[in-house]
Design a binder for this molecule. Structure first.
Ligand SMILES: Nc1ncnc2c1ncn2[C@@H]1O[C@H](COP(=O)(O)OP(=O)(O)O)[C@@H](O)[C@H]1O
Ligand SMILES: [Mg+2]
Length: 284
């Protein structure tokens, strides 16, 4: 039996448990636009709505998910893939019972994984699926092959931008590289706006370019205001939604969580965990 067939069989065996997570990748064209803060606080907003949330940190950069939560992750998915620890051991619990997993290089080097390692990765992701309503993946910036595999396989993609012109052009380049899939609409978050009008303006600008030159649709998920409380929260290593739940940026993130949950039905009927895995396996 060839390797690809074996992997397809493993995916086929993944049982659809009672929970079928909605997998959302959070990406941006350039770094420093607020992705990690957004991912962490979106997770808290969803958890406050009663959802079971898992956050996977797939960014190898410095200012990581664990730092934002003020926790220490001892292990990462690489340890699981290498068979050094169990998948349960890779999970650190955050506030509101959020599962926090550090991806490590295991998730970045998908293409180089051996089949037994890939098998372990599939089983890990399947496990997260059974314990989550939402799996949020902070992919980091840029266009590495593995990042794009995740982005293309996920049912939802959130692209974070700021009003900064280079952020907008870099986001355009990212969107251009995401495989066209009519069932999947790219969702946009505009972070660090000073007004709703500014948000509208930035959204319209990007939407026009994406419609005209890429013939794709993008969805406006909402805006997050520039807010000094966010920097304070980062310094304290307490997520904004916990430290300053009534801050204007917290309200923006709450609104985005509500919008996401509201169009959940559409996404869920079209995308299942199995389709995520199949798509991921087709990429590698
Ligand atoms: N809405 C905001 N208001 C004020 N500062 C922000 C906001 N969003 C992000 N920042 C600043 O940008 C920094 C980088 O955010 P981060 O989430 O680490 O970005 P990324 O993950 O995209 O690299 C934060 O530490 C904070 O200082
Ligand atoms: Mg980050």
């Amino acid at each position: 039996m060839d390797q690809a067939q074996k992997l397809r069989d493993i995916v086929g065996d993944v049982s659809s448990e009672q929970l079928d997570a909605r997998i959302i990748t959070v990406s941006s064209g350039k770094g420093g636009v607020g992705k990690t803060n957004f991912t962490v606080n979106l997770g808290i907003a969803l958890a406050k709505m009663g959802k079971k949330v898992t956050i996977i940190d797939a960014d190898l950069g410095l200012a990581n998910v664990d730092v934002m939560f003020g926790i220490v992750t001892k292990y990462n998915l690489s340890n699981v893939i290498k068979g050094e620890i169990t998948v349960q051991d890779s999970i650190v619990k955050g506030p509101y019972d959020i599962n926090i997993i550090s991806g490590g290089s295991g998730i970045m080097d998908l293409i180089d994984l051996e089949s037994n390692q890939l098998e372990k990765l599939i089983h890990s992701l399947s496990y997260f699926n059974t314990i989550s309503d939402y799996i949020l993946i902070d992919t980091g910036a840029g266009l590495s092959k593995s990042v794009l595999s995740f982005v293309d396989a996920a049912s939802d993609i959130i692209v974070v931008i700021t009003p900064d012109p280079t952020s907008i052009t870099d986001a355009y380049a990212l969107i251009k590289n995401i495989v066209k899939d009519d069932q999947k609409r790219i969702k946009l978050i505009i972070n660090r706006v000073d007004s709703n009008e500014e948000g509208d303006e930035v959204f319209n600008k990007l939407e026009q370019a994406v419609t005209k030159f890429l013939s794709r649709e993008i969805e406006n998920l909402g805006y997050i205001f520039e807010d000094a409380n966010l920097k304070r929260a980062v310094r304290k290593q307490i997520p904004l939604m916990e430290a300053y739940p009534r801050a204007i940026a917290s309200k923006g993130i709450e609104n985005i969580a509500y919008n996401l949950e509201n169009n959940n039905r559409y996404a869920k009927t079209n995308h299942s965990f199995k389709s995520f895995l199949s798509k991921l396996m087709n990429k590698i």
